[in-house]
Design a protein around this ligand. Structure first.
Ligand code: PMP
Length: 428
């Protein structure tokens, strides 16, 4: 089919009548589908059920430190868990702290502490007139929610195919000391699935921020979440690059096993320089006597080592790949050549990012809802929920069954077509 923009008004009207009829048919089916949140499916969660068996009532729960995991002790994580997550995060095990069940919680704590106590002796941010953060867009809504919650002004930085636009990042951080951080999802980014190039990572490591308490919030949530055996992105290691660039304290790196074992019942960690971690431990010992060591031990014993974890991720990929492929196939088949949207085929992570014609995203999400399909709210991928072009929509294919997903993808493309025709006819 020809690009919609080349159709005459008559042709568009005819097309609209046909699409509306198709839509009414789908609507009449009273479907209830959800492509909104990046949750693993039950089938994926089942992969980790063996974790329930590694610890039984007669298991020895003494960790490598010689501490009984049932009791208090070991503030920053048992050695077994540190080794596993250090390998997963590609850092030395002395540069990691194991936390509780959520990396988002760790990120929140980092910012909360900077607000009340500053960063390595700087003025607490709460005492400053203005604190700003750079936000590569589109990005992860829950990052933006944290900075918004603390009243931190968010500045959009466009993403490119190789990561955030580094010309803008370098310029802004060098000239404005109110800019204290940047949110990054450097591998298989949420929502675009983009992995930062070596050059982007090196430019991050070499940043010369005006604020000495500026930090890169490097959320490597999808570090080992590949979809394909033969097509995998590589990301160079940020902490090592920072060290080499003479900026050892510049980055905090976060990750968790949320989408490896159980979201909400996994283990999270932060990795950073000795100095940054010393500051974090100091505060942490006021906050807790220690996190859940039984869960740490359960993870370490279930996966064994990083090889076990990588093997486990292949099983996730086998479940996820057909779902991503189904959505991408539908997008290609139904929207290819129409010039009413663009998307990126990711090699890993949890999302497909779709960009509609300007001014259409909200209407597309609303249209899909009418037919019983819930999508992530349009605008969610931008700070304050405001997509200036109203065009980005995040597609999360992981949770529905393959069968449901195929129907959901058809509803989505139909909604895109109808709204695009409306837009071209001036009906929006
Ligand atoms: N970071 C990113 C980029 C994510 O996509 C998600 C989950 N959607 C999280 C963090 C949440 O991680 P956790 O469960 O460890 O809090």
């Amino acid at each position: 089919m020809a690009a919609y923009k080349n159709l005459s008004v008559e042709e568009l009207k005819e097309l609209k009548t046909k699409l509306d009829a198709e839509f009414e048919e789908v609507k009449a089916r009273g479907l209830n589908l959800d492509m909104s949140r990046g949750k693993p499916s039950a089938e994926q969660l089942n992969l980790s059920m063996g974790m329930m068996d590694v610890l039984t009532s007669d298991t020895d729960l003494i960790c490598q430190e010689g501490v009984d995991c049932r009791n208090y002790g070991v503030l920053d994580g048992i050695t077994e868990a540190k080794q596993l997550l250090a390998d997963m995060m590609e850092v030395p095990k002395q540069n990691i702290i194991i936390f509780g069940n959520s990396s988002l919680n760790v990120m929140y704590d980092q910012i909360a502490r900077a607000m009340t106590h500053g960063v390595l002796g700087s003025t607490p941010w709460a005492k400053l007139d203005k604190v700003k953060f750079l936000c590569p867009v589109p990005g992860y809504d829950r990052h933006f929610a944290i900075t918004e919650h603390f009243g931190i002004e968010m500045i959009n930085v466009p993403m490119t195919a190789t990561g955030p636009d580094m010309d803008i990042v370098e310029k802004l951080v060098a000239e404005d000391d109110a800019i204290k951080g940047i949110w990054c999802v450097p591998k298989y980014s949420n929502p675009q699935g983009i992995t930062y190039s070596d050059e982007t990572v090196r430019r991050f490591a070499r940043l010369k921020p005006a604020a000495k308490d500026f930090r890169i919030y490097w959320d490597n949530a999808y570090g080992i979440h590949h979809l394909y055996e033969d097509k995998q992105d590589q990301l160079i290691e940020i902490l090592e690059e920072c060290e080499k660039a003479g900026n050892p304290n510049l980055a905090y790196k976060f990750s968790s096993t949320s989408k490896i074992s159980f979201p909400g019942s996994g283990i999270a960690a932060i990795a950073s320089s000795d100095e940054n971690l010393a500051e974090i431990r100091k505060q942490m010992q006021v906050q807790t006597i220690g996190h859940d060591k039984v869960n740490q031990l359960r993870h370490a014993r279930f996966f064994g080592d990083i090889n076990g974890m990588v093997e486990h991720m292949r099983k996730h990929a086998d479940i996820l790949r057909p779902k991503f492929d189904a959505v991408l196939e539908t997008l290609d088949r139904e929207l290819g050549g129409l010039e009413i949207g663009s998307w990126i085929a990711p090699r890993g992570g949890y999302f497909i990012s779709f960009d509609s014609m300007e001014g259409c995203a909200k209407a597309i999400v609303a249209k899909a809802k009418e037919a019983g399909l819930v999508m992530t709210g349009a605008g969610a991928t931008f700070p304050y929920g405001k997509d200036p072009k109203d065009s980005n929509i995040r597609i999360a294919p992981s949770y529905p069954t393959l069968e449901d997903l195929k129907v959901a993808a058809e509803i989505f493309v139909l909604s895109v077509k109808i709204v695009s025709v409306d837009k071209l006819l001036g009906n929006l």
